[in-house]
Design a protein around this ligand. Structure first.
Ligand code: GLY
Length: 355
């Protein structure tokens, strides 16, 4: 382990965590987890000597509980158990726990230090890294929050051994996005990985490279004024699919929506920015083979378009603003996309996945 690195790909989690806590030496230590991570993941770090006197708060699992009520419960727990500005919070769980726990830590006593230990692939390669924290508010996702990174993020692929295949694929979609942002070589490495029979050591290497892509972008633009928008690749169409899937009560996981969004946005990249057709076809085939499909028909296009037009990433109301690529690793932010092009991208998505 490199002691100075903020993000540690750990092969010895208990020891690395113990070192991190000893160096920071907080006055009190708290652990935030959720019901499922408490059962499956907490036992993996419980032997850490520095955690002996830590107080554990367990929130209910799921995005429905990423709200102000839970934040109040955690603030109260910290306050009633002697939390001070020198306390530290360890967030152990998926994106809900690291987002909400990061927000709690950044606001309690105007900010205490925190460590993220992500336990899902999605949180390892995205949510727990880059400092975005927050909660849902009045039906709007991540409406309230702050950007301020964890003191350390400890990433350990051991947790992935108990993760179901759908959640593994969900996180893998963000890794494909990072591969597209980085290089052809990395993209091909990702597209040839056998996700059905994962080699966890190789996966750990791939995660390391993937996280480094995000880390490098966030280092340049932590508050998303410019190049951090690259990380929105696949998310304009993807978020619309995700929202539609929830309103139609046939929910899909975030990463599946991103994977389908990548199909549409690679098509837009090809049409509007000259992205190579062979690369587009190769990756779209990988996505279709591994992620199946989310059924849509032409009647869904207006609703999907409206969702994209109201995306909070747009600069002006009603104007769809996308990140595209002119080649693998060649990023073009702030592309304005017309309705007709969006509909063609949705046609292409349906052709690709066989609808
Ligand atoms: N999830 C995209 C970002 O952190 O900017």
């Amino acid at each position: 382990m490199e002691n100075n690195a903020a993000i540690i790909i750990s092969k010895a989690l208990v020891q690395d965590l113990n070192n991190c806590i000893s160096v920071i030496s907080p006055e009190q230590l708290f652990v935030l987890t959720d019901t499922s991570s408490r059962e499956y993941c907490l036992p993996l770090i419980r032997k850490c000597p520095a955690l002996a006197s830590a107080k554990v708060f367990s929130m209910r699992s799921g995005d429905d509980f990423k709200n102000l009520d839970t934040v109040v419960d955690v603030w109260t727990f910290l306050g009633e158990n002697g939390g001070t500005r020198q306390s530290m919070l360890i967030n152990l769980g998926g994106g809900v726990v690291t987002d909400l726990g990061g927000f709690v830590a950044n606001t309690f006593k105007r900010g205490i230090r925190y460590i993220n230990i992500p336990t899902t692939l999605l949180s390892m390669v995205d949510a727990a890294v880059g400092g975005k924290t927050g909660i849902n508010f009045r039906q709007l996702k991540n409406e309230i929050g702050v950007i301020n990174p964890a003191e350390k993020v400890l990433i350990c692929s051991e947790f992935l051994r108990t993760l179901d295949k759908e959640n593994l694929l969900s996180g893998y979609a963000e890794m494909l996005k990072h591969g597209l942002l980085k290089s052809q070589e990395e993209l091909h490495r990702l597209a040839s990985f056998d996700i059905n029979r994962p080699d966890y050591d190789l996966l750990s290497d791939l995660i390391g490279t993937s996280v480094a892509v995000k880390e490098a972008i966030v280092a340049v633009d932590p508050t998303e004024k410019g190049i951090r928008k690259a990380l929105n690749l696949g998310h304009t169409i993807g978020h619309a699919f995700e929202s539609l899937s929830h309103t139609q009560k046939r929910p899909i996981l975030h990463g599946y929506a991103v994977a389908y969004g990548l199909i549409g946005e690679l098509y837009l990249s090809y049409k509007c920015q000259g992205f190579p057709q062979d690369e587009m076809i190769r990756l779209c085939r990988f996505i279709s083979e591994n992620y199946g499909r989310f059924e849509i028909d032409c009647d869904d296009y207006p609703a999907l378009y409206e969702l994209m037009a109201h995306d909070k990433k747009n600069r002006h109301a009603g104007e769809i603003n996308c990140t595209l690529l002119s080649d693998v690793g060649q990023i073009v932010t702030d592309c304005i996309i017309e309705k007709e092009q969006i509909f063609k991208a949705l046609d292409f998505y349906r052709d690709t996945v066989g609808i």
